[in-house]
Design a protein around this ligand. Structure first.
Ligand code: SF4
Length: 251
């Protein structure tokens, strides 16, 4: 592999090696050149206790928050920008539940928006949320800072969703999440993604959810994207996904 040039020395002094490393670096970071994508978690906490959540909240207890202040985020972005001179910056806020830290999130986007305007960098952001705290007032408030997209998960009709995605106190979350979805869909947001995690436990009632979204006109809205996601927690049972898909297209 050395003879054929597949493996090269990490010594960059030699011209040929230096060229190789420059090419490697360019390819690795090419996506950064035009648009810089960042993911920020304002908190590890969540107000839900979904049956399939992969977050280990016990191990996160005591995890330090608040380390990434808006100023620190700005410093990082600025350093990256000096190297890559990207034209656009996109941040995804994720958690835990990012809307548990609304003020912090608002400060992040305010600071980044101002910086973007100064530097001529187009700033936009999206939020992945469980949907319980996305009040109309808050969403209206942050739209002006570049909110482009929100993703909210609804796993079925009331009975199904409440069983899978309850609040931490055990109360069902369907009513509040669904009414927020209906409200946000009417705002001037570019994209509202309604995600549904489908697995063996809720697949038989998927059609009822589709009927509900249809009844409430959500499929007719240009800014709404329905994103059913087949998830199978057991890698040993991938077969049902295929069976499910073929049944969906049966009728
Ligand atoms: S909303 Fe997300 S982070 Fe919170 S419990 Fe559910 S899956 Fe986990």
């Amino acid at each position: 592999m050395i003879e054929n040039g597949f493996l090269v020395s990490s010594n960059k002094e030699n011209d040929e090696n230096a060229t190789f490393w420059r090419m490697y670096h360019d390819i690795k970071y090419r996506s950064v050149f035009e648009v810089c994508h960042l993911v920020v978690m304002p908190t590890y906490e969540c107000d839900f206790k979904c049956t399939y959540c992969f977050e280990d909240f016990n191990s996160l207890e005591g995890a330090r928050e608040g380390l990434v202040t808006p100023q620190l985020l700005l410093n990082w972005v600025e350093k990256l920008w000096h190297v890559y001179e990207f034209k656009a910056l996109r941040i995804v806020f994720y958690g835990g539940e990012p809307l548990l830290r609304k003020e912090l999130l608002k400060n992040y986007v305010k600071v980044m928006r101002e910086w973007g305007t100064q530097k001529g960098v187009k700033f936009s952001f999206s939020i992945i949320t469980n949907g319980a705290l996305c009040s109309e007032e808050f969403i209206q408030d942050i739209l002006e800072y570049g909110l482009e997209e929100m993703q909210v998960t609804i796993d079925g009709v009331k009975e199904v969703h409440d069983q899978r995605r309850p609040f931490r106190n055990g109360k069902g979350s369907f009513e509040v999440v669904y009414s927020n979805i209906l409200r946000v869909a009417n705002l001037a947001i570019n994209k509202l993604v309604i995600r549904t995690n489908i697995d063996e436990h809720n697949r038989s009632r998927f059609r009822e959810l589709v009927q509900l979204l249809k009844r409430d006109g959500l499929f007719l809205k240009k800014n709404v994207v329905f994103m059913p996601a087949l998830v199978d927690p057991s890698p040993s049972k991938p077969v049902w996904c295929n069976q499910f898909i073929s049944k969906l297209f049966d009728k």
